[in-house]
Unconditional design. Sequence first.
Lengths: 372, 487
Amino acid sequence: MNVQTLGPNAAAVTTTPQNLYIVRLSLLEIRVVLLLHSFVFGLCPGPTQKMNLFQSVTSALDNTLASDPTAVIFGEDVAFGGVFRCTVGLRDKYGKDRVFNTPLCEQGIVGFGIGLAVAGATAIAEIQFADYIFPAFDQIVNEAAKYRYRSGNLFDCGNLTIRAPWGCVGHGALYHSQSPEAFFAHCPGIKIVIPRSPVQAKGLLLSCIIDKNPCIFFEPKILYRAAVEQVPMESYQIPLSQAEVLQEGSDITLLAWGTQVHVMREVAAMAQEKLGVSCEVIDLRTIQPWDIETVCKSVVKTGRLLVSHEAPVTGGFAAEISSTVQEECFLNLEAPITRVCGYDTPFPHIFEPFYIPDKWKCFDAVKRMINY
Amino acid sequence: MSSFTWDYCAKSACARSKCVFIGVKCILRTIVTGLYGFHVKFCTIHSWAARSSLADWSLLGVRLLRRPRPLPPCARALSPPLQQQPFDSLAEKPQFPGASAEFVDHLEFIQPNVISGIPVYRVMDRQGQIINPSEDPQLPKEMVLNFYQKMTLLNTMDRILYESQRQGRISFYMTNYGEEGTHVGSAAALDPEDLVFGQYREAGVLMFRGFPLDLFMAQCYANVDDLGKGRQMPVHYGSKDLNFVTISSPLATQIPQAAGAAYAIKRENTNRVVICYFGEGAASEGDAHAGFNFAATLECPLIFFCRNNGYAISTPTDEQYRGDGIAARGPGYGMLSIRVDGNDVFAVYNATKEARRRAIAENQPFLIEAMTYRIGHHSTSDDSSAYRSVDEVNYWDKQDHPISRLRHYMTARGWWGEEEERAWRKQSRKLVMEAFERAEKRQKPHPDLLFSDVYLEMPPSLEKQKESMWRHLQQYREHYPLDHYEK
């Protein structure tokens, strides 16, 4: 993996999000340049451009507004470009009736988006931080998720996509760091998708927008600027409900999504180097409906599963994965399924380095599982 | 003077020059409005302020601007240009972006006007006599008879289905007694293509549009003919063909949805409006505030129709709100609002018709608060004698009922009499009973329909769950009512 830092201090640092935290505490800016991807699932032709994650989101939205005349983007502060710059330039390009601010009201944003979708328009709603999605919980869970079912398929809001910045960022504390995917995973009828990189973000976001079910797309905010790749400028899709095996291995399966995938890749390298352990790394990508087949196939092969997420361990999505995998693969397990997750506390500010499931905690879990 | 658009420009130089230009336009506009006797207002909110005061419009009798809409909010975000606008610092006018009425130098709290309040518009008195002939919509006889027949058919269906719940034939029911006028008057003023979002007490709207008795019954019985595939409790109707969005139980959730649908419809340019019904209780929900605010700021062609029927289950209006009902909230959002006599089908018709015309022409929401009374219980799970007197209910049933008021209007014109009444009562009861008997005999939908439509496509995990259910049923079938369900 080529790693380059382009920042004012131009210090060459091998970066993981943990180093990012330390670096951020030192106020250094580091860019992680991932491997050059020319092809994504063989479907992505055409020229590419170096983009970070927020730019890849802008690109996906740009493609959508260009090809779908009913598509509109709305939320707090999206008109000037958004607090994370995901919608920069779109209002100029497509007009104020298509990219517009709404009043400061998440339940209104999602309710409005549902109505747009029901009337046949493609609605792309932005919630400013995933931490603030809760006022919209009723609209998402009681309305969006159930629209098709309760109407006998007369009506649906499949044209709705909700985007929100997600996950820890080094200093976000309780209300700028949350990963609320587990709350929504419990609700049948919506899809939840979390990308790990710019190429993944654009392809998955376009799939969410085109998908005929309401989707929530969580964007790891710490990767908005830090993750940079060559991203195709044309439209392309990455299938939903398909996990991706990033690295094959034989001794243990490491499963994560979003930012944590990069942690797991580091852990896999450490395990290989220090323990001689061969790790299979999987990015889940779609949380709901999730790719049970790929994960179980991997656990049948390796016999061990480590699942990791930033969200608190109790009732986190790792619990659902553990439960299903032990049902399907009980006799194949060499060790109990282990979850390395956030503690059951609100997300702390100054204690973030101790809270997060960093590579040392995951490495230690691998060690314990191998020696079980 | 035409309204202008303010296209956001990221480049600051461009923004500054644009803003100076727009600043000049602003000043010209304020000078012109000043000449016409308006307060000098900054362009971002002057039309909003004008619109929020009903008195201003009637005073002038003429709209100054073709499309009196405030500038898009991004205009306010560009603070340097606003500071660059030359304003007279000697004039001491408020410069705040948020509001710019005059300064005042004595302390006085605005008194909420709850004693007199917003007046109730009506066309007929309680005896069905037209009060002001110029307000009589003078609808043709066939149309008025249709109003009457739809209201009474609804009433008949309500009686029979309420009884059927009492007899254990259906699980639940909600009647519409006393509110038939709000349904039929508003539905008649709409086009069939207009999209309806309801709460749960608007069956008359669906009936007026032609939803057949068989399908009302099918939904209540959750039988194989139910368009909703048996998934919801009774009275949660929906019809794609009749543009009536399926009802859901959570209150007020439809309000911001209606705003979104209206925005989409505005962009389609098809001269349709969206109407959104809700009760005065649901208007307390946060979603109501959200919906009103979004509809106003995003300029949606939408009619908010509040059925203020005096009760939210057992909660009377004086425990629901302390202000002057729902209509008084409209101006707070910058919305044109009216209060009407909901038991006067012509008043409801006139208000809805005019609101529809203007909502489409001007791309703005309208708020109609239809005052009425819920004669029936909240639902079959409620016994309202626990919280209100029989005398109170009887007053509305006997002295101020939309059906009898319309009947007086019709009999005064010789369009209806005892004979027609007797014949129609017999016929409507027969129609309802026949549909009821047919619905009783139908089977329930296939149990596979428990699993479909969660997503457009069925995920593998759900397929497996369905298979496991059938395996279970194979073994334990005698404990399940499979015989009543379609094979």
